[in-house]
Write a protein that binds this ligand. Structure first.
Ligand SMILES: CC(C)(COP(=O)(O)OP(=O)(O)OC[C@H]1O[C@@H](n2cnc3c(N)ncnc32)[C@H](O)[C@@H]1OP(=O)(O)O)[C@@H](O)C(=O)NCCC(=O)NCCS
Length: 174
């Protein structure tokens, strides 16, 4: 088995990633998700993990100048963690997540990372060192500034922890 990990520009690699994302989140099912009404940012970068030449896992990476407890700072974001249904429980998402965190650590100015997950994935992220953010997360939507309350916010220490309080993503969520 050959495993290959690429870190690609988000926009340029979108056509490559989309079939996997559609297999994990079929477009017809999106409207029924608690977050189906939200507009999301496209990732700046993507981790693409191939096994024997087949794309099996995806992680989106974001960086954003945001506000944390009224302080302006660069934060990282992780989005669309997805392993093809036929290739789960082989450690691919764990490997791809680690690669994404390493990529954020390589950026000198990223303070901590944020992701949003559905309740059934909380145990997966907590087992990988992510901590629930106790507080409010706000974002931009086409209709205006909105509090995110349909997904669970989790953070990961990069330079510092996020603790709790208020995060304003100052843009679309991921
Ligand atoms: C969550 C997901 C990305 C995990 O991918 P994966 O490649 O199977 O993950 P890994 O193989 O690295 O890790 C699997 C481990 O996590 C555990 N795990 C997977 N999903 C879990 C969940 N929802 N809750 C708790 N543990 C979970 C497995 O039991 C396994 O544990 P083990 O290592 O002790 O056997 C995959 O199930 C998926 O694509 N789900 C649908 C999309 C999704 O919900 N993504 C998360 C977006 S926030």
């Amino acid at each position: 088995m050959t495993i290959e990990i690429d870190i690609l520009t988000g926009d340029a690699s979108q056509p490559q990633a989309q079939p996997l994302l559609d297999a994990v989140w079929p477009p017809a099912s999106l409207a029924q998700r608690p977050w189906g009404h939200l507009a999301f940012a496209n990732p700046d970068l993507r981790i693409l993990l191939e096994a024997d030449g087949e794309l099996v896992c995806h992680v989106g990476i974001h960086t954003r100048m945001a506000m944390w407890n009224n302080r302006r700072m660069n934060i990282g974001g992780i989005s669309s963690v997805a392993t093809h249904p036929d290739h789960r429980r082989r450690g691919y998402a764990s490997v791809a997540l680690n690669a994404a965190i390493r990529t954020l650590r390589d950026r000198e100015d990223v303070q901590f990372a944020v992701l949003f997950c559905d309740p059934h994935n909380i145990a997966f992220y907590e087992a990988r060192g992510w901590q629930r953010f106790i507080g409010e997360v706000w974002c931009e939507q086409p209709g205006g500034r909105t509090r995110i309350d349909v997904m669970e916010p989790y953070t990961f220490d990069i330079k510092r922890g996020a603790g709790g309080g208020v995060i304003d993503l100052c843009g679309l969520p991921w």
